[in-house]
Ligand binder design. Structure first.
Ligand code: IPD
Ligand code: CA
Ligand code: CA
Length: 292
């Protein structure tokens, strides 16, 4: 892994967040704390991956493991130590006010289902917002040692390389990704119907990898032209939407409105060129879903 230009092999231990900081191509006063948090969480996930886990059920097909909690504890600790007055929204156990001046939004394990099934595609997502504006976002896949870092006004960086969205401006030239919320009823059907319509528009393909934070970064890296899902939470997209914005893309809900920080939302995230066309395909299904 590298945040800067030095190859990862030279790191001599990927857990040293101070080295990561030195190599970072972007700068922010809170970067050291953010990196320390993510590095600590990443160690928990690497250590617990493919081990026997205690698993609890949150809802239909929605699980939480001791790794989610362990990662969250490690991520939150440096933030609490350095900035005790800052608010934290974190999926498993922190729900401060979203309108706080200084706000951290954390998903300690995005892609729990993949993690549980031994699939090495999951992430930690940590974002820092000031006065409601995204300042800093880090998404990492701890197994691949992949780092997606963005700071407002300083670009989107993947392993030390600046990223731009795909230039594709036609749906029939795009690779697309989607997500399924934990629903096996009308929302699932609406998602399937939307996928059908995308295919009828001759897309190159549809991918569903199971970690929304990474999906958003993959749009920013130009791999997908767009990503949509009918329900996500702020911790799923808080960091990824900054990454995508800094890479030149656009993120809205399925009505074309900005994403909220205080509640769940639908999401349409694109390279910008495909946004209007994507919403046109998504909107009828989304509207029917909302009308009940
Ligand atoms: C989930 C993943 C998945 C998405 C779900 C999310 P979790 O997050 O991002 O890709 O389809 O809607 O809830 O629960 O693994 O943190
Ligand atoms: Ca998540
Ligand atoms: Ca999670």
């Amino acid at each position: 892994m590298t945040l800067g230009a030095t190859p990862s092999q030279d790191l001599g231990g990927r857990l040293n967040y101070q080295k990561l900081l030195q190599m970072s191509p972007v700068h922010h006063p809170l970067m050291a704390t953010a990196l320390e948090s993510v590095v600590r969480g990443a160690k928990v996930l690497r250590d617990r991956f493919q081990t026997t886990l205690h698993i609890e059920t949150k809802g239909l097909a929605n699980f939480v493991t001791e790794a989610d909690f362990g990662s969250e504890r490690e991520i939150v600790k440096p933030i609490r130590d350095c900035y005790p007055a800052h608010a934290i929204i974190s999926e498993e156990s922190h729900s401060d006010r979203a309108d706080a001046k200084d706000l951290w939004i954390i998903d300690p394990l995005d892609g729990t289902s993949n993690f549980m099934h031994g699939i090495p595609h999951f992430a930690i997502s940590v974002a820092y917002y000031r006065d409601g504006q995204a300042e800093l976002g880090i998404v990492t896949n701890p197994i691949r040692d992949d780092w997606y870092v963005a700071v407002r006004g300083q670009g989107a960086w993947h392993n030390g390389v600046r990223q731009r969205v795909d230039a594709v401006d036609r749906i029939d030239a795009a690779m697309i990704a989607c997500g399924f919320y934990y629903d096996r009823d009308r929302m699932m059907q609406a998602t399937l119907d939307t996928i059908g319509d995308f295919f009828r528009n001759n897309i190159h393909g549809m991918r569903r990898y199971g970690a929304a934070a990474l999906d958003l970064c993959n749009v920013g890296c130009g791999q997908y032209g767009l990503f949509f899902e009918y329900k996500l939470h702020p911790w799923d997209y808080a960091a990824g939407q900054l990454f995508l914005a800094e890479a030149g893309g656009q993120t809205t809900d399925c009505n074309g409105l900005p994403l909220p920080l205080d509640q769940s939302s639908s999401i349409c995230a694109t390279n910008g060129h495909l946004h209007r066309q994507s919403l046109e395909i998504i909107e009828p299904h989304w509207k029917r879903l909302c009308e009940g």
